[in-house]
Design a protein around this ligand. Structure first.
Ligand code: 9G3
Length: 571
């Protein structure tokens, strides 16, 4: 491609509203242009990367035995009423009416659509299992789109759906997809982790994993063991509680109430009583589906609302405000405690081991001390209700500890079970002729989000650094003077040889100063640069590797061989 022809406008400065480096570089390098908040055009050079990402995804999906299809973006909302999700999603689900006043949703995902197709096409176990996928635009009206392609309102997703006759079949489909995801993300050169995740609103009975590209600006926090493979989204991560010696638990005196005027918060307790947060049994009241529940964790721990919600199987969970607390328990906030409460009490397993704790006495200006959890608290509900803390022991192996990382979710795989096939009656006749419900899984990759994740992990102060597998071009061929016939001879001869060997080449044939060309070349991050200058007369050119800025004077033939080799090694 000749750069004088390519629609490519680079910018020296990045727009103020671009907060993260990937968003800044995508704009400055002319890869994307914003049409509206969270809605972007992929310009020609950006689309080349997007298409290469798609092709790698497609190749691995096909290798995994999945079949590609393309579903509509416009979905009749009747399907969402059938699945019961029509009322679950609010303004994020974009709805419209056609000319006949029929209501449609712009597809944010396609569980309902794919299940409605498969239920019509498959009715025998002989046609199962099947995994179907598409690479298609999704619409989600995010309240706060930001970070460019990382959180858009219209974006490209690969979404796959598997249908099996039983749970064992789903297990095979799930791990088949799981391993193909590793192959895909490795080809992008991404530093990623597959982490145990929470199946969230999509529900489904099974396990689920998120694929996280490690990046400081990532919205998710993951806990990964320093020794073994364990890694989990903080939403569900567990740690191993060090077992306290039993003898301490029996040596404390009876718990007693004592006067604590206006001492309401953890800090005030610590300040006034000269104690440590680990001595406190922090009790917080939540409203779970309109019912009040109290949750007790140690003073230095944070309550994990998702763990509480999942334990209760609640649809909604929110912190109770102080009026509600007073109304529900008769006790003012700040003096709530686990002993003698009229509402259910969920006690974190770490609290159960405490033998001389301090907590609100459920009476204004009073607390209890010397609380021995095993002796003094009704332990109807004991579980893991807290966030893990960095450095805690791994719950899976015996030597590792948990390290925290920020991550960008680039993939998500779910075991859905019969959540959709049940609701939409996707059934089949088994080998005994008995009607059974298909067992489903679903598997997503944020295709357009990959561009940003790769840039976040591969850039320097001069711009992007693309791995050759998805670079917009493999080689940037730069003549120093386009008016010098010899230089242009060498350029076009090398260009044609490379093109014949399937190498993607961009020639910077603009009549610009070398400095301008080199700055632009650094910005768009093409992995190999070949500069053709005065030394061409001796048959020499300069090769520059974008990743480590390694430079070398070599002959044109050596340059050709180096380029072919490096693409084969694929970076
Ligand atoms: C909606 C809206 C937003 C959504 C969903 C539904 C996320 C929704 C979860 C998934 C699960 C999997 C198949 C590919 C992999 C991910 N945001 N999810 O279901 F109506 Cl507005 O999309 N879907």
């Amino acid at each position: 491609m000749y750069q004088s022809k390519l629609l490519l406008t680079t910018m020296r400065e990045s727009p103020a509203d671009a907060e993260v480096i990937s968003h800044q570089l995508l704009l400055r390098a002319g890869f994307i242009r914003q049409l509206a908040a969270g809605i972007y055009t992929h310009m020609p050079i950006g689309l080349r990367v997007l298409r290469k990402i798609e092709q790698i995804v497609r190749k691995e999906m096909d290798k995994a035995g999945a079949q590609e299809m393309l579903m509509p973006a416009m979905q009749p909302t009747e399907l969402w009423k059938e699945s019961g999700r029509y009322y679950v999603y609010g303004p994020e689900l974009i709805r419209l009416h056609d000319r006949h006043e029929r209501e449609f949703a712009l597809g944010p995902t396609h569980e309902e659509v794919i299940t409605s197709i498969v239920r019509n096409e498959i009715n025998s176990y002989k046609k199962l299992p099947v995994t179907l996928y598409q690479i298609q635009t999704k619409f989600r009206d995010e309240r706060r789109p930001r970070f460019g392609l990382l959180r858009g309102r219209e974006f490209l997703m690969k979404d796959a759906y598997s249908f099996d006759i039983d749970w064992n079949g789903l297990d095979q489909s799930y791990w088949n997809m799981f391993h193909s995801y590793h192959r895909i993300f490795n080809q992008f050169g991404l530093n990623f982790r597959a982490v145990e995740a929470d199946s969230g609103t999509i529900g489904g009975e099974g396990e689920t994993h998120e694929f996280m590209a490690l990046a400081d600006i990532g919205e998710d926090t993951i806990a990964a063991c320093t020794c073994c493979e364990y890694a989990a989204n903080i939403e569900r991560a567990e740690s191993r509680n060090p077992q306290l010696g039993v003898d301490e638990a029996s040596t404390t005196s009876q718990h007693e109430k004592f006067y604590t005027p206006h001492i309401k918060t953890i800090d005030q307790l610590v300040e006034n009583l000269q104690i440590d947060p680990t001595d406190i049994m922090k009790t917080i009241v939540f409203i779970a589906d309109q019912r009040a529940v109290a949750v007790v964790v140690r003073g230095d721990h944070e309550i994990n609302e998702l763990k509480v919600k999942n334990y209760l199987g609640a649809e909604q969970l929110s912190l109770a405000d102080s009026e509600t607390v007073e109304m529900m328990t008769g006790v003012p906030t700040g003096f709530i405690g686990p002993i003698g409460l009229s509402i259910p009490v969920l006690v974190d397993q770490t609290v159960v081991q405490m033998y001389s704790g301090i907590a609100g006495a459920n009476e204004t200006d009073h607390h209890h001390r010397n609380i021995n959890a095993g002796r003094d608290i009704t332990l109807d509900h004991v579980g893991d209700f807290r966030n893990v803390i960095e450095g805690e022991l791994c719950s899976r192996c015996n030597e590792g500890t948990l390290a925290f990382h920020r991550g960008i979710e680039i993939g998500h795989v779910f075991k859905l079970g019969t959540k959709y096939s049940g609701q939409l009656s996707a059934t089949f006749l088994d080998s005994y002729g008995k009607s059974q419900t298909m067992i489903m899984g679903c598997y997503g990759i944020g295709v357009s989000r990959i561009l940003s994740a790769v840039i976040e992990q591969n850039h320097d102060e001069n711009g992007m650094i693309w791995p050759s597998t998805i670079a917009p071009y493999h080689v940037h061929l730069i003549p120093i003077s386009v008016k010098d016939h010899l230089q242009m001879e060498v350029v076009s001869e090398l260009y044609n040889r490379l093109l014949e060997n399937g190498v993607d080449v961009l020639i910077d044939d603009r009549d610009e100063r070398p400095g301008v060309k080199f700055k632009d070349s650094d910005l768009i991050g093409i992995p190999i640069r070949i500069v053709v200058g005065k030394d061409a007369v001796n048959g020499n050119v300069e090769i520059i590797k974008r990743r480590n800025n390694q430079k070398e004077i070599i002959t044109v033939n050596e340059a050709f061989d180096r380029i072919i080799d490096s693409i084969k090694k694929s970076d």
